[in-house]
Design a protein around this ligand. Structure first.
Ligand code: CP
Length: 341
C-alpha cells in the first residue's frame, strides 16, 4: 500500500487514487481475514485514534469506534463547533469572526495524544472550484505528523469504496464485473464523494463501469479522466449513459446514489428545480432490476426508501446493503493496521 505521502514520511489515506489494484486487493484480503476471524491483530494496544466529525454519521462513526476497540485502542470523538472549538483551515485567515481554533494547532495537538486522525468533512455545495480541491481534508493532511484517514470529504469516501469493492468480490467472486453506478432522484442535492470514490475504485479493480446520470450531472472532468486512465491500466472500461432505460441491461452490480450537479453549487434551488423532471424516473425498481443479470443491489446508506430504491428491491435477496455496511468495519481495521505502526 502506498497512501498519499507527505514530507517526514507520514502516510495518509485520503483517496484510493495513489493505490493500484494490488495494494487495494491486499487491503481487501486483510479485511477478509479480520472478518473471518483469522486476524486478531491488536495494532492499537495502548494507543488512541481521534475521529473528527464535522457532519453526522451512523456507519462511519460506529464502525471506526468499534474497529479501534477491536484493535485494542481508544477512540477520541470530536465534533468541531460542538464538542470541540470551531475550526479555521485557510492559510493567513484573520480569525476575527466565528472560528476559534486553526487546523494548524488542532491537528498537531491531537498528534501528541493520538496515533492517527480520522476526519469527516462534507462538501457544503457552495463553491465547486474550491470544494473540488478538498481544502479542509488537505489542511488536516498538510499540518498533521500522524496519518490522516479520510472518513468522507468533499470529493472522496475511500473507506466506503474499499468496502464496496470487498462486497462485490465477496458476493460475485474475483474478476471483472459489469458494474452500473446510477444517479437517483433525491429531493435535494448531495455531495459527490461516494460516486467519485466508487467509480475510481471500480476502475482500479478492472471492472466494466457504466456511470448513468441525467445530462448536467457529470462527475468532475479531471477525476473522470483519472478514472478512465486507471481503467485503461487495469483492463477495465468506463462508459457514461444519460438514458436510465438503457443503463440496467446485463448489469451484475447496481450501485445507486444521488448527487448534486457541479453546475449548481451555490444555487441549490436551481438544482432542485432542474431535478424535478427526474422525480420517480431515476429510481431503482423491480422492473429495472429484472433487466440486469441478476444484479446485486448496493447503496452506501443512509437511503431514502421509495425515492432512491423501492422497498421490494432493497428488501430482496439481491440487496447486499447490510453486508456492505458491515464491511466498513473490516476494511477500516485493515487500513488502520496498514497505516499505524
Ligand atoms: N455510508 C456512510 O458513510 O454512512 P454514514 O454517513 O452513516 O457514516
Amino acid at each position: 500500500m502506498t497512501p498519499t505521502a507527505r514530507p517526514q514520511s507520514t502516510m495518509h489515506f485520503l483517496s484510493t487514487e495513489t493505490l493500484s489494484k494490488s495494494p487495494l486487493n491486499d487491503l481487501i484480503e486483510c479485511a477478509q481475514r479480520f472478518k473471518n476471524g483469522a486476524d486478531h491483530s491488536k495494532t492499537l494496544t495502548d494507543k488512541s485514534v481521534a475521529l473528527v466529525f464535522f457532519n453526522p454519521s451512523l456507519r462511519t462513526r460506529a464502525s471506526m469506534q468499534v474497529g479501534i476497540y477491536e484493535l485494542g485502542g481508544n477512540a477520541v470523538v470530536l465534533e468541531p463547533g460542538g464538542t470541540s472549538w470551531t475550526l479555521e483551515h485557510r492559510v493567513g485567515a484573520v480569525m476575527d469572526s466565528d472560528k476559534t481554533e486553526h487546523v494548524a494547532e488542532f491537528v498537531r495537538v491531537l498528534g501528541r495524544y493520538c496515533v492517527a486522525i480520522g476526519v469527516r468533512t462534507f462538501a457544503k455545495l457552495q463553491d465547486w472550484e474550491t470544494e473540488r480541491t478538498d481544502p479542509i481534508l488537505n489542511a488536516f493532511a498538510k499540518y498533521s505528523d500522524v496519518p490522516i484517514i479520510n472518513l468522507e470529504s468533499a470529493m472522496h469516501h475511500p473507506c466506503q469504496a474499499l468496502a464496496d469493492m470487498m462486497t462485490i468480490r465477496e458476493k460475485l467472486g474475483e474478476g471483472r464485473k459489469k458494474v452500473l453506478l446510477t444517479w437517483a432522484w433525491h429531493p435535494k442535492p448531495l455531495p459527490m464523494a461516494v460516486p467519485n470514490s466508487f467509480a475510481l475504485a471500480a476502475a482500479q479493480m478492472g471492472h466494466d463501469l457504466l456511470i448513468a446520470h441525467p445530462a448536467g450531472y457529470e462527475l468532475d472532468t479531471t477525476l473522470l479522466a483519472e478514472i478512465e486512465k486507471q481503467a485503461t491500466s487495469t483492463g477495465g472500461t468506463v462508459n457514461v449513459e444519460n438514458d436510465v432505460e438503457k443503463a440496467f441491461d446485463g448489469a451484475e452490480v447496481v450501485y445507486a446514489k444521488s448527487w448534486g450537479s457541479k453546475n449548481f453549487y451555490g444555487a441549490s434551488e436551481k438544482d432542485i428545480a432542474e431535478r424535478e423532471q427526474y422525480r420517480g424516473k431515476w429510481m431503482v425498481d423491480a422492473g429495472r432490476m429484472a433487466r440486469t443479470n441478476s444484479a446485486i443491489f448496493m447503496h452506501c446508506l443512509p437511503v431514502r426508501r421509495n425515492v432512491i430504491v423501492t422497498d421490494d428491491v432493497i428488501d430482496s435477496p439481491n440487496s447486499v446493503v447490510i453486508d456492505e455496511a458491515e464491511n466498513r468495519l473490516h476494511v477500516q481495521k485493515a487500513i488502520m493496521k496498514e497505516l499505524i505502526h
